[in-house]
Design a binder for this molecule. Sequence first.
Ligand code: MN
Ligand code: MN
Length: 280
Amino acid sequence: MLELNGLEAGHVALLGVPWDAHSSFLRGPALAPRQIRAALHSGAMNLCAENGHDLGADARWHDLGDLAIPAGDEAALAAITGTASAVLRRGGRLLALGGDHAVSFPLLRAYGEAHPGLTVLHLDAHPDLYDELDGDQLSHACPFARALEEGRIARLVQVGIRTLNPHQRAQARRFGVEVIEMRDWRPGMDLRLAAPLYLSLDLDALDPAFAPGVSHHEPGGFTTREVLGIIQSLPVPLVGADLVEFNPVRDPTGITAALAAKLVKEILAQMLDAIATEGS
Ligand code: MN
Ligand code: MN
C-alpha cells in the first residue's frame, strides 16, 4: 500500500497504475505513467491549466507515484481497488494514470462502493463491453461489462464510440448503456450529467492524428480541442477519473505524452476548482 500521509479530504491523488497484462493487441501502456510525469515536469510546459489555475502553486494535489502491481490477476485487482478505496475513505479523489483500460474495473469497484448512484462518462473509440475477448474476461475490451454486472455504475454514458459490432450493441442494450456514437456527437451536446460523476478517458477516443501513441488506431475521432471542451464544460465536479491506453512504445516524438500531460492538468484543475466552488 502506498503512503497516503498528507492526503486530506477534498485533495486529489495522482496515481500511476502500470498494468497492461490484459491488453489484447500490444503491450506498452504500463510504461505510460512515468512518461506522462516526465512530460508534465519536462520544462516544455508550465503547470497552469488553461483557466489560469496554477497547479504548481496548489498543495491540494499529491502524486502518489506508481502502484506496485503484484503478480496474479486477483492480487492485482485487489491492490488497485484497495488503494483507490483507501484514498476515497480519506475523502480524497483519484486521478489514475493507466495502464490499459483494464484498470478501470478495479477502480470502479472502489468508486461504486463509495459513491452509490455513480455516473461514468466514458470517452473511447471502443465501448469495452465485450463479455470476453480471446477468452479473457479481464481484457481491456471488457471493463465496463464487468463493472455493470457487479452493479458498480448506475449510469454509463459513452461518447466517441465508432467500433460497435453486433455483440457489443447487444451488450449495450442489455446493460442500458447510453451510447453516443462519434458520428452522432456534436460539440455542446447536453449529456445531462449529474453527480457523483467519474470520467474514464481512453486516449484512443481522440483521432490518431492527435494521439498516435495508442495501441488501437481508430480514425475519425475527437480533436484535442473537442476533448478539452468536454472536460472544461463538465457541469458537476468529478469525484474521480482515469486516463488510460497511452502507449509510449508508439509515441517516438512524445506528442501523445504531451497530450496526456495536458489532459492531466485540465482534469486536475476541473477537480480542484470544483472543490473550491463547493466551499469545502
Ligand atoms: Mn477503452
Ligand atoms: Mn479504446
